[in-house]
Design a protein around this ligand. Structure first.
Ligand SMILES: Nc1ncnc2c1ncn2[C@@H]1O[C@H](COP(=O)(O)OP(=O)(O)OP(=O)(O)O)[C@@H](O)[C@H]1O
Length: 700
């Protein structure tokens, strides 16, 4: 008879109440099933031993053979500890236990060879190893089933509470003994044979007790594939359900607005990527289902025009549209930009931000409700209850990272039926991540820049080169170009940063005096109207230099600006640097980005700056960013739990992810309800996984 894997962990021999509590609270292991799915995060080679004179400071895990020559109690109170001198033929190391050392004192055998295992520290001129795992050499050799010893997550932290890695290993052995190592297969025959995957039981055995490297690799591949496959299955099913349940407005035809804009007013030819993306959007809007599409495109790739043309499709079908941006500056800019593009189309567009006057606000509300207003652009102000549309057909959201899912859904309630949603993001999300996180959204990518764009030349310069940088600025201005100089303004150190900005501004004024030079300044402490005024002076070319904080980070479009100087560049994150750089290189001229630093750089800062210097590709940058910061951080709190994977890694295993997505898609295409006999096992497993959410809780 098969053992029920939902049996609470307390029932497993050798666990006991104390360990059961620890397993639950520290490792989230409640049941047998959870324990099986507690995968080692690395393996060490148990046949490799260190000599004491080979130890390096801050060594990772090491294994040493030697013997205990001396035991003594040291310290008092909380510092009370048992210290053993451990010796091999090359030197000595101290073993230290802070708590629970009575039984150690009693059990240690002098004169016998031990194998010790643990992390070493360098302290007071001697190496020590706190709370080592110890085994008599003869037992160690007898117990050695495999050269590879699995190391489980967090066991270091738990070692002195009674769950060392060895204990966990024993518990795992017990589990395999009780279950006879037989586990239900969770993938279909077809998948197993097509991908040449090993069975579930064999994979689980080898992940916990690898027989050899080859089988371990096969076990890892199979379990990673399975994990990613079911996530993809779940995301795609969610998407299918969404599409079948949530009816959208059907924009049946492309009409006057779209056509006349396309044929008569479009200021340039669309790139192929823009055309392809527009087709994808068009097909969603006419599909009877509500669109939920993410539009990704690197900085300057031309998302705005796609957004506008999508809005025109809504207007052609008698609906209103809105565009929501994260900052007032951006909203104002979108407003001016779109107004100019549409000025021959007889469309009414308005702007609504926190600083819109009450009387104007009232007029906007009225015009929205009676349908006189076609397109509304603005900030969060659009989400206020008073803002009621007559019939909102499409909502475009720029830079969704700053809004989050809750606010997105607020737009839905502005209508009886939800409008179509198009989310634009200039922060490129690595494709792999987009697939695993946004699998429930459809993703369109503009992966081509408008023609004639030159790569932005990026350099890193130190403070001491400042005079040369100033000369360079002068030369560029003489050619008729404009310059951005950006300072960090990070909340925790706001006063200092503000001072740096003002000091910088003054030195720029001294270097570039009026009347030859005109300088704008924009920062967060200014009134919105003043910010807008300064911004407009720069946009119109009345000023040649814009000194600013990161308020200009996203979306600002001044094609004549050709130099971006980023002060204290080491303090910015990679995606922020890339966004800032994206403010230049938007016209046909050669553009430059100068990353200024004055302090000693950390390793991470160096990597960030080198990455910026070596590539202009936002996707490549996003991958490095992801490696440096981890996915949780990149996605913000909303999605941080989403990627809590047990064994796969969205970056390292992106090929497996692609496979998993490919198969999940193909299977659901052929059999959306997984009802064919050959898919029975998938249907069953899928049901189990969604039932026991604690195991697979990364899908909201
Ligand atoms: N197909 C095209 N051919 C030539 N120029 C284009 C094309 N598409 C867009 N542009 C121009 O490229 C510039 C950048 O476009 P846009 O502001 O839409 O970029 P974006 O994708 O929104 O970038 P960001 O996220 O940085 O704002 C604009 O000046 C726009 O007019």
């Amino acid at each position: 008879m098969n053992i029920n894997l939902q049996t609470p962990i307390d029932y497993l021999k050798g666990v006991g109440p104390n360990r059961a509590n620890l397993l639950r609270s520290e490792l989230g292991v409640h049941t047998y099933q959870d324990l099986i799915n507690l995968f080692p995060n690395r393996y060490i080679d148990k046949t490799q031993y260190y000599k004491i004179n080979q130890l390096q400071r801050n060594n990772a895990d090491v294994q040493i053979i030697g013997e205990v020559t001396n035991l003594k109690d040291l310290g008092t109170g909380r510092g009370k500890r048992l210290v053993a001198t451990f010796k091999d033929d090359t030197g000595i190391i101290e073993l230290v236990w802070f708590r629970g050392h009575k039984w150690i004192r009693d059990s240690i055998k002098f004169g016998k060879k031990y194998v010790i295992f643990g992390k070493t520290n360098w302290f007071n001129g001697v190496f020590n190893m706190p709370h080592p795992e110890m085994e008599l050499l003869e037992e160690h050799e007898r117990n050695l089933r495999s050269a590879m010893q699995p190391i489980y997550p967090s066991t270091e932290k738990l070692a002195n509470k009674g769950i060392s890695n060895r204990v966990l290993n024993k518990i795992m052995q017990q589990l395999f003994l009780e279950t006879k190592g037989r586990f239900e297969e969770t993938l279909s025959e077809n998948l197993l044979s097509e991908l040449k995957l090993i069975s579930k039981s064999k994979a689980l055995f080898n992940i916990h007790f690898p027989e050899n490297q080859e089988l371990l690799s096969q076990a890892q591949f199979r379990l990673k594939f399975e994990e990613l496959f079911y996530i993809q299955l779940q995301l795609i099913i969610k998407n299918l359900i969404h599409k079948s349940k949530i009816k959208g407005y059907n924009f049946e035809h492309v009409g006057h607005y779209f056509n006349s804009f396309y044929q008569e007013h479009l200021p340039f030819d669309l790139t192929n990527a823009q055309k392809r993306v527009l087709k994808e959007i068009r097909s969603d809007l006419g599909s009877n289902a509500q669109m939920n599409r993410l539009l990704q495109g690197d900085v300057g790739s031309g998302k705005t025009i796609v957004a506008l043309m999508s809005m025109l499709m809504a207007l052609d079908n008698g609906f209103q549209a809105c565009l929501m941006a994260p900052t007032a500056i951006l909203s104002v800019q979108h407003y001016h930009g779109l107004e100019e593009l549409c000025n021959k189309l007889n469309i009414r567009i308005e702007l609504l931000t926190g600083s819109t006057k009450t009387s104007d606000r009232r007029k906007i509300h009225e015009a929205l409700e009676n349908g006189e207003l076609d397109i509304l652009i603005g900030t969060h102000a659009l989400l206020e209850d008073k803002v009621k549309f007559k019939n909102l057909g499409l909502a475009v959201i720029d830079e969704q990272h700053r809004f989050g899912v809750a606010q997105r859904s607020k737009l839905w309630h502005k209508n009886t039926s939800p409008p179509h949603i198009l989310i634009m993001t200039a922060t490129p999300i690595p494709r792999t991540l987009a697939m695993s996180v946004y699998g429930d959204l459809d993703v369109s990518v503009i992966d081509e820049l408008p023609p004639g764009r030159k790569n932005i030349k990026t350099v890193h310069r130190y403070d001491k080169n400042r005079l040369k940088v100033f000369k360079f600025i002068r030369d560029e201005i003489a050619k008729g170009r404009q310059i951005y100089i950006v300072y960090p303004l990070i909340q925790e150190s706001e006063t200092m940063d503000y001072k740096d900005l003002m000091d910088g501004y003054e030195s720029i004024i001294r270097e570039f005096p009026m009347p030859d030079y005109q300088i704008s300044i924009v920062h967060g402490k200014m009134k919105p109207a003043d910010k807008d005024f300064e911004m407009q002076r720069f946009v119109k070319g009345e000023t040649q230099i814009m000194v600013a904080t990161t308020v200009i980070e996203v979306g600002v479009n001044v094609p004549n600006a050709s130099v971006m100087i980023i002060e204290s560049a080491e303090r910015f994150g990679l995606s922020q640097l890339h966004q800032l750089r994206g403010r230049v290189g938007r016209g046909a001229e050669q553009s430059y980005c100068i990353l200024m630093t004055s302090h000693k750089l950390s390793e991470d800062s160096k990597t960030r700056l080198q990455t910026m210097v070596s590539t202009n590709d936002g996707f490549e940058i996003a991958e490095v960013d992801l490696r440096l910061r981890g996915p949780g951080d990149l996605m913000g709190t909303q999605q941080s739990g989403v990627l809590n994977l047990k064994i796969a890694d969205v970056i390292k295993d992106k090929d497996i992810l692609q496979h998993a997505r490919h198969y999940a898609k193909a299977i659901l295409k052929a059999d959306p309800s997984l009802s064919l006999p050959e898919h029975r096992v998938l249907r069953y497993t899928y049901g189990q996984l969604t039932k026991y959410k604690n195991i697979w809780n990364y899908i909201s």
